[in-house]
Design a protein around this ligand. Structure first.
Ligand SMILES: [Fe+2]
Length: 259
């Protein structure tokens, strides 16, 4: 089964740029590339920071752009999003009984869980007691089926001081819930705006660059908090024996000169 992963495209209002980059154009070209080459994917998941400042006009633009995107798309929120503005633009988006933007998808490879880690208008993430109860119930329902976790904030450090200060709060409590299930296969996350592969408590975890700006691994290397590095989408290939994650820098892909 194939899954497409995109994250952190940070749309401003239409007509505005962000850090000198055209976030709308970048997402548009990325979606066009996915539709052309990966139309066979089971679904596309967007792991949050859909809008840069939770602007309703940004969500309206995204809703319109997705109208003719052929893949089933799971939209998740991150710390730059406004839960209220998002739900106003996407009123049919799944949410749990407490109003958090959380969803479950049963697939041929197991149970996919999409978590809402938004705390509010702050950068760090939160997975509160209500959300932990929801997760515990989903894990119990999954029984021994494989579980695949998608979330915006990582519940662990990634070795970048700037990001490690704004990861998920209370990671131990989150880890304790996950540990009740013995078959969590992979955790896919966003937030850190770069590719990282992490093994956390025995669970493989991967992240992606954002589609607009990135966070430099060493901030002094660019003299600031953000950088321009190739955006990428993830192509996740899962079968009975393996999980493969490809990172495709589609906007920087050109043919070599033959001759
Ligand atoms: Fe972000």
């Amino acid at each position: 089964m194939k899954i497409v992963h995109i994250t952190d495209f940070h749309l401003p209002a239409p007509g505005e740029d962000l850090w000198g980059l055209d976030a709308h154009d970048r997402l548009d070209r990325c979606l066009t590339d996915i539709a052309r080459w990966h139309g066979d994917a089971a679904f596309c998941v967007m792991t949050g920071d859909l809008a840069d400042k939770g602007d309703p006009a940004a969500y309206a633009w995204l809703r319109d752009r997705l109208d003719d995107f052929p893949l089933k798309t799971v939209l998740m929120i991150g710390n730059h999003d406004s839960r209220d503005a998002f739900l106003a633009a996407f009123p049919t988006a799944a949410r749990d009984d407490n109003g958090f933007v959380q969803d479950v998808l049963e697939t041929e490879i197991g149970t996919c869980l999409f978590l809402d880690t938004v705390k509010g208008p702050v950068s760090e993430g939160q997975y509160c007691v209500q959300r932990r109860a929801w997760l515990a119930a989903q894990l119990e329902r999954a029984q021994d089926r494989p579980v695949w976790i998608f979330m915006h904030h990582p519940p662990f450090n990634v070795g970048m001081p700037y990001m490690d200060r704004i990861k998920l709060e209370e990671p131990e409590k989150f880890a304790n819930v996950l540990s009740t299930h013995g078959n969590v296969r992979h955790l896919f996350f966003g937030h850190i705006h770069r590719t990282a592969m992490v093994n956390w408590r025995g669970i493989p975890c991967t992240s992606l660059p954002g589609l607009n700006h990135q966070v430099p691994l060493v901030s002094e290397s660019v003299g600031g908090s953000f950088s321009v590095e190739p955006p990428m989408y993830g192509i996740i290939l899962i079968d009975g024996d393996s999980t493969i994650v490809h990172f495709d820098a589609c906007l920087d892909r050109t043919a070599v000169e033959m001759g």
